[in-house]
Ligand binder design. Structure first.
Ligand SMILES: [Zn+2]
Length: 130
């Protein structure tokens, strides 16, 4: 069954992002290094997104909500979310994921609204803030 994509606002994401069933996937490329990232997010650059799909799935298949974003969530975020949704349709695996979402306004709106931004160097952020 195809999963529909939907949007989530920064305020809604802030309310659920601490839940263990929620994963936030940052598909920006180099900007993650310079601008910081959403605390707790996992980095999968859009430039190598397709080849990383199996890895990504292994890390998030037990989640029930996966939220994608890029800088503005206009191009890379939605396109990676669609690739991920399409990929899931062809995988015969035990997958819990029910919702694939896109963060409205991307990282830029998130940081403009002073939501928690982290500057660690980890691919999978452990969630600190600065
Ligand atoms: Zn971090």
């Amino acid at each position: 069954m195809a999963r529909a994509l939907s949007y989530i606002s920064p305020a809604q994401l802030l309310a659920i992002q601490h839940l263990p069933k929620v994963a936030v996937i940052d598909v920006r490329d180099e900007e993650r290094k310079y601008d910081g990232h959403i605390a707790g997010s996992l980095h999968v650059a859009s430039g190598s997104f397709s080849e990383n799909l199996p890895n990504l799935l292994a890390q998030v298949k037990a989640k029930d909500t996966v939220v994608f974003h890029c800088a503005l969530s206009q191009v890379r975020g939605p396109s990676c979310a669609r690739k991920f949704a399409r990929y899931l349709e062809n995988v015969n695996d035990d997958i819990n994921i029910k919702e694939i979402m896109i963060l409205e306004g991307g990282f830029n709106r998130w940081s403009d609204r002073r939501r928690p931004v982290c500057r660690c160097r980890e691919v999978l952020c452990k969630g600190g803030s600065s």
